[in-house]
Design a protein around this ligand. Structure first.
Ligand code: G3P
Ligand code: MG
Length: 249
């Protein structure tokens, strides 16, 4: 936050989920760069640690789905990872390289801290914050930064080591406990599954002084409805389709 003024959610925000994943393989430097180049509102990506503690942008705990290799990210060093192509083409990017890209375009970022094991939660947050600091994005950042996580330990650590950064609580099933936890860690928003969209839930979250976002909204009709009921942002794999419909409303 800059002073008391929140940086995110001044208006309905369409987050490019894992970068421009409608056009390029998710969470790759190419997908993230394309999202920045086409001027998406904001870009979301996932971060976890390699065996040797390097923060990398990747969603799954293992390389099975994207590389056909049954190895865990946290059991693979960054040098080893560089030799394992995703879909025979792409490399798993380091967080540092991705931050260089978003910094070049001033694209607002939602960094989802995604510890691959519960015992890595605090370390993953600390390493992300270190990377932001290294890249000049921790204090007086030229780029808006929002941290989020499904991991409570990761978010508690974020509040401890970077209390000035905006944070969101990710949940798979919105409950009062999520809202209470959001207050405990001074979060600005909750990010809930699209199934949580209802006027009642939006009113409840807003009455509690929080913003509410939905993932993953790939149906333009649902995106229009989300904006109409007061949702503050959505995560989508289909930014172009969604923005087209939203702009016609
Ligand atoms: O941050 C929203 C969304 O990315 C959460 O789910 O599994 O796609 O990281 P996932
Ligand atoms: Mg994510």
């Amino acid at each position: 936050m800059q002073g008391n003024k929140p940086m995110f959610f001044e208006r309905f925000t369409v987050f490019a989920h894992r970068g421009a994943s409608d056009s390029v393989l998710e969470n790759t430097i190419e997908a993230l760069r394309l999202s920045c180049q086409r001027g998406d509102d904001a870009v979301e990506f996932d971060v976890m640690l390699t065996k040797d503690g390097v923060p990398v942008v990747f969603h799954d705990e293992t390389l099975s789905r994207l590389a056909g290799v049954n190895r865990r990210i946290d059991d693979t060093t960054f040098d080893e990872l560089k030799k394992i192509p995703l879909k025979n083409v792409y490399a798993v990017p380091s967080l540092d390289d991705v931050l260089d890209v978003v910094k070049a375009y001033y694209t607002p970022v939602n960094i989802e801290i995604k510890p691959s094991r519960t015992d890595l939660a605090q370390a993953t947050t600390s390493v992300v914050v270190d990377a932001l600091n290294r890249k000049g994005l921790l204090y007086q950042s030229p780029v808006k930064v929002l941290l989020s996580s499904f991991s409570q330990d990761a978010l508690i650590q974020a509040d401890r080591v970077a209390p000035h950064l905006e944070k969101s609580v990710l949940t798979e099933n919105l409950t009062e406990a999520d809202v209470e936890f959001a207050h405990r860690i001074n979060a600005v928003a909750v990010h809930a599954p699209v199934q949580s969209m209802s006027r009642e839930n939006v009113a409840y979250v807003k009455d509690c002084g929080l913003k509410m976002c939905l993932y993953t909204v790939n149906d333009p009709i649902l995106a229009v409805k989300a904006r109409a009921v007061g949702i503050d942002g959505i995560f989508t794999d289909k930014v172009k389709d969604i923005q087209k419909v939203l702009s016609q409303e």
